[in-house]
Unconditional design. Structure first.
Length: 336
């Protein structure tokens, strides 16, 4: 239907276009009808996205999509106006050039292999404004795993992928005052192994150590750490880092019934009590399981030199968070 003759051209519906972010709750927007309007009639082309009642109030915002609202001057449908409603994913506004704001931040980093810290060439790095939003910025690592790009400041959900590796996900803060080199550690796909555990941290303390204890078939307990790097057919310490940042990586080859316990020891401050070095290290642990599950743990803000991170039930493979801080000066006693 088209507008009626000029006799009705002096009335209007405002706003003519509405664009808003989807959310958990509906949003209500009243229309303003100006001019020669008798008894208006309303209809929506897509009520799932936007509804409009006889009171002229638009209800929308819970479903992503587009709708055209039709407003007739009176019940005889003698003149028509259109209102376009667009409901977008929140990331759309952050990614759209018309809504970009903030200073441009230069980011650089390296994508490395969790098993040997060598660079992962040609990895794809994608920056999103939300976990489910589209890629706003992307780049590829060079042949040595290095990458760089500039993005508007803000928080980004980053996904890094490469053939033969488990995809990496995490949040990155692009801040012009604090941003620096980013190290992203990719775990090779688990090929017959049960799990892989990757520890990363900041500049200080310089030396954090990974410890895994678990049952042996004889009924005793093994302890994999820097002075006992391999327990045959059970687990091994792939990488030991003593000069900040990590990664430290442990691969579990098999599980038998019993409790497996993973802990992080602040070797640098092992003789200090009290100590907050570990709590302030920015340490995080990712555990990848062969069934595709993945969990991330962040060091608690509490004093201590040992962070007991999680336990694994050897019979079921269930990962149970512990996140407890304690003190221990002797590395051989950590996790036992």
């Amino acid at each position: 239907m088209t507008d009626a003759p000029a006799a009705f051209s002096h009335w209007e519906a405002q706003p003519r276009s509405i664009r808003l972010s989807a959310g958990e709750f509906e949003q209500r927007i009243p229309l303003s009808l100006r001019g020669d309007v008798n008894v208006p009639v309303f209809a929506s082309s897509n009520p799932e996205v936007a509804e409009i009642g006889p009171d002229g109030v638009i209800r929308c915002g819970w479903t992503i999509g587009n709708a055209v609202l039709m407003v007739w001057r009176s019940s005889v449908l003698d003149s028509l106006r259109h209102v376009l409603v667009e409901v977008r994913d929140p990331s759309w506004f952050a990614d759209h050039p018309d809504f970009a704001s903030g200073a441009s931040v230069f980011l650089s980093g390296t994508v490395v292999n969790a098993l040997n810290t060598s660079g992962v060439g040609n990895a794809l790095i994608e920056f999103r404004r939300s976990e489910t939003g589209p890629a706003a910025y992307q780049t590829f690592a060079n042949a040595y795993g290095g990458f760089e790009l500039s993005v508007p400041e803000g928080f980004y959900y980053v996904e890094v992928t490469a053939p033969g590796y488990i995809a990496w996900h995490g949040w990155v803060n692009a801040d012009p005052n604090t941003s620096g080199d980013i190290q992203i550690v990719l775990s090779p796909e688990l090929d017959g192994q049960v799990a892989r555990i990757v520890l990363q941290w900041g500049l200080n303390p310089r030396d954090l150590d990974s410890h895994l204890t678990g049952p042996t078939p004889s009924g005793s307990r093994f302890h994999v750490f820097y002075s006992h790097t391999i327990e045959n057919e059970a687990a091994e310490l792939d990488v030991d880092d003593t000069s900040s940042y990590g990664p430290e990586t442990i691969t579990i080859h098999r599980l038998i019934p019993g409790v497996y316990r993973y802990a992080v020891h602040d070797y640098t401050n092992r003789n200090a009590n009290p100590s907050t070095g570990l709590a302030q290290s920015g340490a995080s642990v990712k555990v990848f399981l062969s069934d595709g599950r993945e969990q991330t743990f962040t060091v608690p803000n509490a004093p201590g030199t040992v962070w007991t991170v999680f336990e694994i039930d050897g019979a079921t493979g269930t990962v149970t968070p512990v996140n407890a801080m304690s003190y221990q000066s002797q590395p051989a006693n950590v996790g036992m």
